[in-house]
Every structure is written in C-alpha cells, then in structure tokens.
Design a binder for this molecule. Sequence first.
Ligand SMILES: [Zn+2]
Ligand SMILES: [Zn+2]
Length: 391
Amino acid sequence: MNELMKRVFELKEEIISLRRQIHENPELSFEERETTEIITSYLKSHGIEVLRPTPTGAVGLIEGKRGKTIALRADIDALPVKEETGLPYSSRREGIMHACGHDAHTAMLLVAARILQENREKLHGTVKLLFQPAEEKAAGALQLIKAGALEDPRPDAIMGIHVWPYSDAGSIGYTKGPAMASSDFFSVKIKGRGGHGAYPHNTIDPVNALVHTVSSLNSIVGRTVNPLDSVVLSVTTIHAGTAGNIIPEEATFGGTIRTLNEDTRKKIERLFKSIVTKVPESFGAKSEIDYKNTTKVVYNSPEFVDFVASVMDKAGIFKKREELPPTLGSEDFSFYLEKVPFGAFLRLGVRNEAIGAVHGLHSPKFTIDEEALPYGTALHVAVAYEFLKGE
Ligand SMILES: [Zn+2]
Ligand SMILES: [Zn+2]
C-alpha cells in the first residue's frame, strides 16, 4: 500500500497535465469525442483493455486473478459556460467549460488506472473503469447501464468522487446514507380562455389560475412534509401574456423538486399533480402537466463508507477528512448505486483561498487547487486495491 501511495505522488505531474489537457478541450454532454479519444489512447498505451459500449465515454477493464469486481467512475463532460478564470490553460472552446471539475475526475481516474494496471498481479479480481458521458444531462449513467456496462463482470462495489470547492484541498468528504437529492423537473401549461383585459368575466383567466396554483404548491413542503425531512420545491419559470389589455389563452410555469427520500418523493409527486389539476379546475381552467423523474437519491452504503474510512486509515496519507451533511444537488451516480448498492459517492476538497480556488461548481470562475488531485487518485487506487486484496 505504501508503495502504491508513493507511486501516486510520483505521477502527480501526469495527473495535472492530463487534467489541463482535458480542461483546454471541453466538450458538451454526448459530444465528448476528443475526450473519449484522450481516455482510450491513454488506457491502451498502458495495456488496459478498453470497451466502447456507447458512442462517447469508455469502459476500461483491469483484470487481476479471479475474484470480485469493483467499479470506479469518472464523468467526462463539460458545461455551456464561458470560462472567466484567466488561467493559461483556459478553455479553447468558446462558451464551453469544465466548470464542474469533470476534467479532474477523468485525470484522477486515468492515472489511478495506470497504477492499478501496473499492480494487477496483486489484484484478486477486476477493476472496471467507467468513463461516463453526459452527467450534466443526468443521462450518461443510464446510457452506460443500458449498454451493459454493469454486466460481465457485474460490480460488487462502486465508488465515484466529485471535486468539492467548499472543502479544503485534499480533504475527503463522506456522507453515510442519503448524500444527494433525487431531482424531478416539471413544466405545466394552464389553459384558459383569452379575451379583453377589461372584461375578465367573459374569459377564463389562466394567469389568475397560475398564481393560485403556484402559491398552493408552496404549501406542500411546509404543511405536508415532516420538517426534519429535507425537500425543495422551486418554481423557477413563469411565462404568460403579451399586453396589458389582453387576458392570454394560456400561462406556463416550470421548476424542480428535490428530496432525500424516495417515499417523500412519491408523495410530493402525487400532491403536486393533484394541486396542479384541481386548483386550475376550480377556476374553470385546464392544465397539462409534464413531470419528469430524473436522478434518484444518491444513497451511500454506510458499510461501504466504513470500509473507505478503514482504507484511509491504512493508507496513512489522508490527513484531512470530514463527515459532510447531504446536499440537495443531484447526480446520476444514483443509478449505479441502485444496481450496485455497496458503494458511495465521495467528495474531494479542492478549495484554496490563497490561489482563488473559492468559486462554486458551475461558476465561470470555478477553479481547483491541483495539489488535491493526487488524493483523489490515491483514494481510487487504495479502495480498489484493498477491495480486491486476496488474503
Ligand atoms: Zn455539474
Ligand atoms: Zn459534476
């Protein structure tokens, strides 16, 4: 284990340069062709078998002796954000940026793969490397799963890491149980009957129906959910009307719902649909609801988190670690955990005020302290090594 950790730090510059190369060439969800090329050529150059079950993204296999399988995941896509960091290796693609750190995730896992491959004869089992496209669209994990990435061999455990700009560089953050929220998105069209603004009695006003509907929705969280259960219901868009003297035909609104509990999620969906149907109806209007379930709750297995903690103790290099509260952000890593419950999604601190690495995820100024990167690589290596270590 000590040799492995030493090797990680020997390869620190390689992690950084891979990260910068990917950072300079960001690609949007499902368009990660060059990124996929960087990944596959790096893996192949180190003798790692590469599968391509999806048009972008890749799956690597490191086979040791017969045994269990652990999957390690990195997401690879960038965002439609115009970079404003001023860094010398800033994005070369106008309006596209690795503002969520997926460049770092990819680089950390690539070098971890190299080190695990170098030590494969000590592994009793298989490491499956999931380089996943389109996390930002909450669609890439499902695409990989549908393409069979979790079959043959089927992972017994899974881990993912996200850089975390709210914690000190190099610290490992973990949450037991629910760690990130389910996310649902809705858009609603309320149909009335338009007419002159001065003669509302001859119309069915969809704006009035919308106002009452939205304010009723706001009482779902406050009045029907246990106050100790975290939930967000945000109406984030409203559109209606064209002129001050015209009552429009229809009004629309949309938004998102986040929960940390699948039962609560189902209950809120039911209440939402009931209110959005009945309130407009009481004014004579009709509604059309488009309600989409996207990611599920990211549920970290407490046993797996305990296993990771014991690995960190043994590795001896993880000086900073913290138990973090759940967040209502969402992640399509939840779909892997649904299939492979023994696993966790962890957070790697990348914050450093001294170098201005203080901006949040998805900010055009988002940047990381690269000194943190070897700790992410080390965590991948140490967890996979200990999981597959035959006694
Ligand atoms: Zn993101
Ligand atoms: Zn992300």
